[in-house]
Design a protein around this ligand. Structure first.
Ligand code: GLU
Length: 353
């Protein structure tokens, strides 16, 4: 009788322990919150006005309980800003925390909630300095949590679903929104208000999310994460790089002001195939002679900014950004400057990353 009771107790204990063990086997995903519309609250379900960055990371997690079936989720608020206010210092904080978390064996992936305005910049920064091939997914929303058309819950759910899928390993930093998966190197916010805002205009989407699963149609084409030569270790700041925008009749005021104020590198967002007008071409050539590297990018959103086209970059010591938008060219130039000032070596980097 005594024996039977013992056996029953052991079986009961096992019944309690086994589900607990299975629960522990769920992948561990950290959600790092940084602010943005995804944490926004509006005045009503139908109004377009709202305050970004009001909802806590815990509220974001509890409002999508379905994702707890996919993973054990832990949340952290790393910064809390509308993403137009994000700074290089914030990027260093976010990247440092992602590297710390992904170095842990028990962490499967990191999802970062972020405002959409500069999401592609944060994603590209991380793509250059995260030292892990585990998935890092940025996600946001175009509508606040209170809107009838709130897209945050589904987007976060999809981001976690992509993050825990083994096919997402080694794909670099990605943006998941509106059922689509973009690589950090190509993602571009193209619509001001529509849910379908992120496009990958040069190489196309990496894939799609369907029925809680990522369906990849291609791999990223540029170097990233564990293959990157750049690092934020011991870094407290990055060299200042400014972007100057080209338009009909622009004079060289902005280039000369940047040079006179100690800028360390200039990205010129030229017209067409990254063309500066004559005044700015001369000002940029003077900048190079003063030891300030210049990268030609373009305000034209799609297509490569090619060397040796209308303008021979070798003649001036410029580098061409190829498929990098001016914003991403700025980030790559900041990191390039931590290694070299040689325009040919920089050109290599712009072709590889
Ligand atoms: N401007 C805000 C931001 O980027 C809100 C836009 C958004 O998140 O979609 O954080």
């Amino acid at each position: 009788m005594q024996m039977k009771r013992k056996t029953i107790i052991i079986i009961c204990l096992m019944g309690l322990l086994i589900p607990a063990t299975i629960a522990q086997q769920k992948p561990l995903v950290y959600i790092l919150a940084t602010g943005g519309t995804i944490a926004g609250v509006g005045a009503s379900e139908t109004s377009s006005g709202y305050n970004a960055g009001v909802v806590s990371v815990d509220k974001i997690i509890t409002s999508v309980p379905e994702m707890l079936k996919l993973a054990e989720i832990k949340g952290e608020q790393v910064v809390n800003v509308p993403s137009q206010d994000i700074t290089v210092n914030d990027w260093l904080i976010i990247a440092g925390r992602v590297n710390e978390l992904l170095a842990r064996q028990d962490v499967t992936a990191v999802v970062i909630t972020h405002g959409t305005d500069t999401m592609e910049e944060t994603a590209y920064f991380l793509n250059l300095v995260i030292k892990s091939d585990k998935p890092v997914i940025l996600v946001g929303s175009m509508r606040p949590s209170t809107a009838l058309s709130a897209d945050g819950p589904m987007n976060v759910y999809d981001a976690v679903a992509v993050a825990v899928d083994s096919s997402s390993v080694g794909k670099g930093v990605m943006i998941v929104m509106d059922d689509k998966i973009c690589s950090a190197d190509d993602a571009l916010k193209m619509m001001t208000t529509s849910l379908e805002t992120f496009h990958c205009p040069n190489y196309g989407y990496l894939g799609y999310v369907y029925d809680s699963k990522p369906i990849y149609t291609r791999n990223p084409v540029k170097k990233h994460t564990i293959h990157s030569e750049f690092s934020i270790e011991d870094m407290v700041a990055l060299p200042r790089v400014d972007i100057v925008y080209g338009y009909a009749g622009v004079d060289s005021l902005f280039v000369t002001t940047a040079v006179d104020n100690g800028v360390k590198g200039i990205v010129y967002a030229g017209v067409g195939n990254g063309n500066p007008n004559t005044q700015n071409l001369n000002a940029l050539a003077r900048a190079v002679k003063k030891g300030i590297p210049v990268v030609r990018a373009a305000r034209t959103p799609i297509g490569p900014i090619t060397q040796y086209d209308e303008l021979n970059d070798d003649k001036y010591g410029f580098s061409a950004s190829w498929f990098k938008s001016p914003e991403k060219a700025r980030i790559l130039l900041m990191f390039a400057l931590t290694k070299t000032k040689d325009y040919k070596e920089m050109q290599r980097m712009f072709l590889e990353y």
